[in-house]
Ligand binder design. Structure first.
Ligand code: MN
Length: 299
């Protein structure tokens, strides 16, 4: 007779990082759990921002005007309101609630990220998430790329007990799967948990994993550590599933679960540029100053 395999307890947790209120662009506030003094990067992830929710006044002109990036990839996810993207490769994207946009900055690009036209004209609420994913050194000089995923194309699945629902932006959960055409195979899941929900989420081996709480509070990992709104909780180790749950007397909770394989490479960063060495940083700054990353052209 064989013995049944023990149920894996899953990964434990490795501490909480608060989303630190940080001014960005013009009239925009983000909540940024990293990079910070406590965590420069969570390889392969370089930055996580929760933009807002912020009330845009009619005609206020808030937003992030043209600026460069190089050496990594960006995923933006609109929760409320809308964003308008333009870049020096000639791309123009309009994102509404639930839409996802990905961009490979690669060898270098200039883009602008502004509230959607009707938000700028009439005012309203804007809330979005931005994640930066490092490129391995061999891909840092690749040509820039851009694309978006409309909300209707993002798979949604619900647990058998109806208490947990997931939007699968990338990866697999509850039998649904999706991929973003990034150079790094990440997991990016938006979970909504009713009181009493308990999730065991398998993850690929060799991945750094973390969760960011958007609303409510949940318990995470084999040690049942609590994280609440605007806190990022890290999971320890790189193998095994992760678990999270909301007590029956808890509140409806939303969280983002992120995981990805570390590059294991040295990280040299200066603002919007992320390379392996400071010599490469100086080179891309020189390119940018010389105008070689291009400019956003009016249509
Ligand atoms: Mn940007």
């Amino acid at each position: 007779m064989s013995h049944p395999a023990a149920t894996p307890a899953g990964r434990s947790t490795a501490g909480v990082l608060p989303g630190i209120e940080t001014p960005e662009g013009e009239g925009i506030t983000v909540y940024r759990p990293f990079p910070s003094h406590a965590a420069r990067e969570l390889d392969p992830f370089l930055l996580l921002d929760r933009l807002g929710p912020v009330t845009i006044a009619p005609g206020a002109g808030a937003g992030v005007p043209p600026h460069p990036h190089a050496g990594f990839e960006v995923v933006s996810y609109v929760l409320e309101g809308g964003l308008e993207h333009r870049d020096s490769a000639g791309n123009h994207g309009r994102l509404g609630p639930g839409d996802v946009q990905w961009m490979t900055a690669g060898s270098g690009i200039v883009h602008s990220e502004m509230p959607a036209e009707d938000l700028r004209a009439h005012g309203g609420t804007l809330e979005a998430i931005q994640l930066w994913i490092n490129l391995p050194g061999r891909d840092k000089q690749m040509p820039p790329r851009y694309g978006d995923v409309p909300t209707a194309n993002i798979p949604v699945a619900t647990s058998a007990d109806g208490l947990a629902t997931v939007r699968v932006i990338a990866g697999e959960a509850l039998g649904a799967s999706a991929t973003l055409p990034l150079r790094t195979a990440i997991t990016y899941l938006h979970w909504t948990l009713e009181p009493g929900a308990a999730v065991t989420q398998p993850l690929p081996s060799g991945t750094e994993a973390m969760a960011y709480v958007l609303h409510g509070a949940a318990r995470f990992g084999s040690d049942a550590a609590t994280a609440t709104r605007d806190q990022l909780i890290r999971f320890a180790g790189e193998d095994g599933p992760v678990t999270f749950s909301v007590p029956p007397d808890g509140a409806r909770t939303e969280l983002l679960l992120l995981a990805g394989p570390p590059t294991g490479e040295p990280v040299a960063r200066s603002g919007p540029f992320v390379m392996n060495t400071m010599a490469e940083i100086r080179a891309v700054i020189e390119k940018y100053r010389a105008g070689a990353l291009g400019e956003i052209r009016p249509e």
